[in-house]
Design a protein around this ligand. Structure first.
Ligand code: PAF
Length: 277
């Protein structure tokens, strides 16, 4: 496995190995969710690349950039075991050299949900992902459904900017009690960890209602809010029953719905979603 820091080295290795390339972008502190993306990429491409970069431009001023969990040696071991061919783990100055001033702004689909709660977040995500696509020039790039709005934003960007690649979306990987795997779960104390599956319970309750014929968006939001309200450690930022493509809140959810939420438990801000049908 090649482990490199510079764009020049990525490009050299990328050019020297001809065949199809799959890219798994990450911010490190890998868990089973990331590894499921790597395995999918491994099965669908001749070569697999991963990036490990805690991207400062997607964190707001009061967010957890400094505290974001990091363990590069462990990440590299896991990626090597999973059969990754190339890892880019750049220092910040390699990605954002002095004088950097170009950003990618995706408009409408970045406005609600995470975009409203985290101003500037998707500007940072779209910018780093566009750079990763340029640097690696992958045939396929792999993202988790866990970050549902991120997937919508990246697909929109790739379409609008004519990136010649396939965006592959992989299912959310969950702990046995339903908690979606996330690097930020590391912030939870044992008591908070025990409370955290409430997100999946809330989503599951709304899914059960939808499957039983409840297609009123407002009612689905109320069902999720009701389950979350019963957990005293949960501080709800938003619950949503939105159109899966436009992310606009739905009145009539009969044609399909993205159920999603952001909830703070202790110092962890957790997001989760279910896409129906
Ligand atoms: O999903 C993430 O881990 C990040 O947002 C990504 C796509 C690696 C960009 O920094």
């Amino acid at each position: 496995m090649h482990i490199v820091q510079t764009v020049t080295e990525v490009r050299r290795i990328r050019r020297s190995l001809s065949g199809t390339w799959g890219l798994v972008p990450t911010m490190g502190y890998l868990h089973e969710g990331h590894l499921s993306l790597v395995r999918r990429a491994r099965g669908e491409n001749d070569f697999v690349a991963a990036s490990i970069f805690v991207n400062p431009t997607q964190f707001g001023p009061n967010e957890d950039l400094a505290a974001y969990p990091r363990d590069l040696p462990r990440d590299l071991r896991l990626l090597a075991e999973a059969g990754v061919d190339l890892v880019w783990a750049p220092p910040t100055e390699e990605v954002y050299p002095p004088g950097f001033q170009t950003y990618v702004m995706v408009e409408e689909v970045t406005k609600p949900l995470e975009g409203a709660a985290r101003p500037g977040h998707f500007r940072g995500v779209a910018t780093i992902v566009a750079k990763l696509f340029n640097v690696f020039q992958p045939d396929r790039a792999y993202f988790g459904q866990k970050d549902a709005q991120q997937v919508v934003v990246i697909k929109q960007m790739a379409r609008d900017l004519d990136f010649p690649l396939e965006i592959v979306v992989c299912p959310t990987v969950r702990e046995p009690d339903g908690l979606a795997m996330s690097s930020r779960n590391a912030y939870l104390t044992p008591e908070q960890r025990a409370a955290a599956p409430v997100l999946y319970r809330a989503l599951s309750a709304a899914r059960a209602a939808w499957l039983a014929g409840e297609h009123d968006g407002e009612r689905l939001r109320q069902i999720m809010a009701g389950v979350l309200a019963a957990e005293s450690l949960a501080r709800v930022e938003y619950v949503s029953a939105a159109d899966p493509t436009t992310l606009a809140e739905l009145g009539d959810a009969s044609h399909g719905v993205l159920l999603s939420m952001a909830v703070r438990i202790g110092r962890a801000r957790l997001i989760d979603n279910l896409l129906l049908p």
